[in-house]
Structures are given as C-alpha cells and as structure tokens.
Design a protein around this ligand. Structure first.
Ligand SMILES: [Mg+2]
Length: 239
C-alpha cells in the first residue's frame, strides 16, 4: 500500500456541519421511542449532538428502565419507525445546508486525485443518506462513510472510515492525513486515537469558544472561506 504525503481522507460529520435538519431527527426519534417503548426516557435534558444514534437510544432507554434483552429485541423496529418518521419530516421541511458547504465539497471533488471525500457520523447509515439526499446533496459524492450503525462508540468510527478508504484506494491514510470536520467536541476527540487532524466548525450548537477549549487543529466559524479550509485540509504533514 502506498503512502503519499499530499493525499488526504476528508471525513465530514453531518448534523451541524453539512446541514441542519431543524430538529427533524430529534422529532422522528422522539415519536419512534414513544410508539415502541412507550417512553422517551430523559430526552428533554439530553443533548443528541456528537453522539451516535445507537448510543442515544441505549442511554435514554436504559435510563427509563428498559432491559438489555428488550433493547436488543426492539431496536431494529425502532430504527425502521425512526426512518419512516424522518422521511416524513424532511419531506415537509428539507434540511438547510450550512454556509459554504456546497462550494467546499465542489472544491474537494475537483481535487479528487488527492482528496478522498467521506462521511463520519453518528447517524445510522440510512438516516445519513436520507438527510443528505433530502438536502439536495448527491449522496454518491461521498466515496465512503463510517456510521453509527457501524459502531455505537464514535471514537471507533475513524478507524472504520480509514479501513474503507484504504480498501477503496489502496492508499495508506495515517495520522494527520486523516481529516475530520465536525461541529462538536466529540468530533474533535474521536480522531485522537489515530492522531487525525481535526477541523472544528461552529455551525452547530457549540460556540467557537467552546470548541476552542477542545483544542482542534483548526477552527472556523463557518465553512464559507473555502480557500482557508482547503489550506487547513492540505497543510503539510510535518513528517
Ligand atoms: Mg454534528
């Protein structure tokens, strides 16, 4: 497998980074929990952002006293119902694309020999696809992804994405050649075990000050300054 220092695997989070579903995901999840488990657990005091879908479900339902066995038995039905709810929600009100996203994706794709575009998200894969497509973004632009349906723990997802990228491209992506773009402290932290590069953007629920406290490699208010973000992605590896 080859290693070229100019190549990058660029992985985008979805909610708060690429788009804003304006609460559609949360509403769809809330209704599905009630339908199947007759409880939402402590949902009103729980922040979804940065967490994987299975992590959210497990936390809320365990807190509500749902047993491990019941969880395992009923989670597949929860996902089906959630996806149906989400589809209705986004049909009525499509997600808003965050500022600068389309221009940045276009720019990354123009450099497709060097840059591999992918997703790294806590969404289950079908939810990720639904959100992206309903926002009017072609899902096939992302050459690979790592999803909440791959692993409940977000910190495990970068390795999944890297393995898929390497299988697809026969190139070795390591340390700062893996670039994770996201809007939460969890996005910044999840790449640490791999030594990945983090680019934080304050278009979600966290402010620039809150994200700065997590010491990302780069921090932007929005992704609108395409050239500066491209520089952050492409900055030399220093090795
Ligand atoms: Mg996010």
């Amino acid at each position: 497998m080859k290693t070229e220092t100019s190549r990058r695997l660029v992985l985008f989070d979805i909610d708060g980074t690429l788009l804003d579903t304006q609460g559609a995901g949360r509403r769809g999840f809330h209704a599905a929990l009630l339908d199947i488990f007759r409880t939402t657990g402590p949902i009103d005091s729980y922040r979804f952002c940065g967490r994987t879908d299975p992590e959210i479900a497990r936390y809320l339902l365990t807190a509500a006293g749902v047993s491990e066995d019941q969880l395992a038995a009923d989670l597949p039905r929860l996902w089906e119902l959630y996806l149906g709810n989400l589809e209705e929600e986004v049909r009525d009100r499509p997600p808003r694309i965050c500022p600068g996203v389309i221009e940045l994706l276009d720019r990354i794709e123009r450099d497709g020999d060097r840059l591999v575009l992918g997703l790294l998200t806590g969404n289950i894969e079908r939810g990720a696809r639904l959100k992206i497509e309903s926002a009017g973004i072609d899902y096939s632009r992302f050459r690979l992804g790592a999803f909440g349906s791959d692993h409940e723990i977000r910190d495990q997802l970068p390795a999944v994405a890297v393995a898929r990228a390497e299988a697809k491209t026969s190139h070795h992506f390591k340390e700062k050649s893996v670039v994770i773009v996201g809007d939460t402290p969890a996005d910044i932290a999840c790449g640490a075990p791999l030594g990945a590069r983090s680019i934080a953007v304050a278009t979600g629920l966290f402010t620039e000050e809150q994200l700065a406290a997590c010491a990302p490699d780069f921090l932007f208010g929005t992704l609108e300054d395409t050239e500066s973000v491209m520089q952050a992605i492409g900055e030399e590896l220093g090795d």
